[in-house]
Write a protein that binds this ligand. Structure first.
Ligand code: PBG
Ligand code: ZN
Length: 335
């Protein structure tokens, strides 16, 4: 090797020690901004509820009457979008998830309330049946307990359309049934919501061990069996790539990978397979709990690890991040 080359390679490039912070920041292709954050919130059907969720540090289930006090300060700090999860406590669950789109149910009531209180806040709604079915699965079942796909898709599209009619800016089906993106898009277009309501697909959703705190929070654990027949096997990179391409072809407006931290390669795949779509990733309940647990155990500081986790997602190609850290990031990004 020539001395010149050796000299070039031995230089500490700007951004490495002891560079000033600004030139270190410039080493990232994309930096976290407040507009990239979508905050998952749990809405229950007791209008005055504010119940802490023990397995999700600092997170609560909220009743609609508490939304102003809960969201107001966050909106002031720059919160721009939320994704709603309904947690019915009082209503009667059945085989088809009837309470999902009950006019008096928590999600539709919350959409209307939030639109009235905070007209500039973007409202996405998770669309699934597991919180509302008596068996806790994400679709309708055959007598033998397996998923009956066709009526599941029809019902899920109906729920999505009803959220759009109530004023949701975005519907996000998390059920993973084959064909649901096409059906929901069709239903939105046929009813005049094609350009009014964004369709965000949980495209690559893995059968993960990281959903435990969420299932506590939402009361949505299946009463028998598991979700492995409709969520992706964690090692199934090929299936994930196919699901991403399928959802893009079926008309999804935003694609999502979930969970995020153990699936950064899938985020990078999605960014390359669908470069013209916004790409979301969901830092799920178990990831959030894990980052907190490590901080509590003295492994790292919470803020540093939270930023490092999200920097990884951005580096992989995510443009939108669903995270329970959103309120913290709104503070941290200010100082
Ligand atoms: C429901 C749904 C789940 C999550 C989002 N939507 C749970 C599941 O599939 O069991 C997980 C979110 C989280 O863990 O934060 N289909
Ligand atoms: Zn579900």
């Amino acid at each position: 090797m020539s001395t010149i080359l050796r000299d070039i390679f031995s230089v500490n490039p700007p951004g490495r020690l002891p560079a000033p912070p600004l030139s270190r920041q410039w080493q990232s292709k994309r930096q976290l901004t407040k507009s990239m954050l979508m905050y998952p919130i749990f809405i229950t059907d007791d209008p005055n509820a504010s119940q802490l969720i023990p397995t999700l540090p600092g997170q609560s289930r909220w009743g609609v009457n508490k939304l102003e006090g809960f969201l107001g300060p966050l909106v002031k700090k720059g919160l721009q979008s939320v994704i709603l999860f309904g947690v019915p406590m009082k209503c009667v669950k059945d085989h088809r998830g009837t309470p999902a789109d009950d006019e008096q149910g928590p999600v539709i009531q919350a959409i209307k309330k939030i639109r009235a209180l905070f007209p500039d806040l973007y409202i996405a709604c998770d669309v699934c049946l597991c919180e509302y079915t008596d068996h806790g699965h994400c679709g309708l079942l055959h007598d033998d307990g397996t998923i009956n796909t066709a009526p599941s898709v029809e019902r899920i599209a109906e729920v999505a359309l009803n959220y759009a009619k109530a004023g949701a800016h975005c519907v996000a089906p998390s059920d993973m049934m084959d064909g649901r993106i096409k059906s929901i898009k069709r239903a939105l277009i046929d009813n005049g919501y094609g350009n009014k309501c964004t369709l965000m697909a949980y495209s690559a959703k893995f059968a993960s061990s990281l959903y435990g705190p969420f299932r506590d929070a939402a009361g949505s654990a299946p009463s028998f069996g598991n979700r492995k027949c409709y969520q992706l096997p964690p090692a199934g990179r090929g299936l994930a790539r196919r699901a991403i391409q399928r959802d893009a072809a079926e008309g999804a407006d935003i694609l999502m990978v979930k969970p995020a931290m153990p699936y950064l390669d899938i985020i990078a795949d999605a960014a390359q397979l669908a470069p013209d779509h916004p790409l979301a990733c969901y830092q799920v309940s178990g990831e959030f709990a894990m980052v907190h647990a490590g901080a509590a155990a003295g492994v790292y500081t919470l803020r540093d690890m939270a930023f490092e986790s999200v920097d990884g997602m951005l580096r992989a190609g995510a443009t939108l991040i669903l995270t329970y850290f959103t309120p913290d990031f709104l503070d941290w990004l200010d100082n």
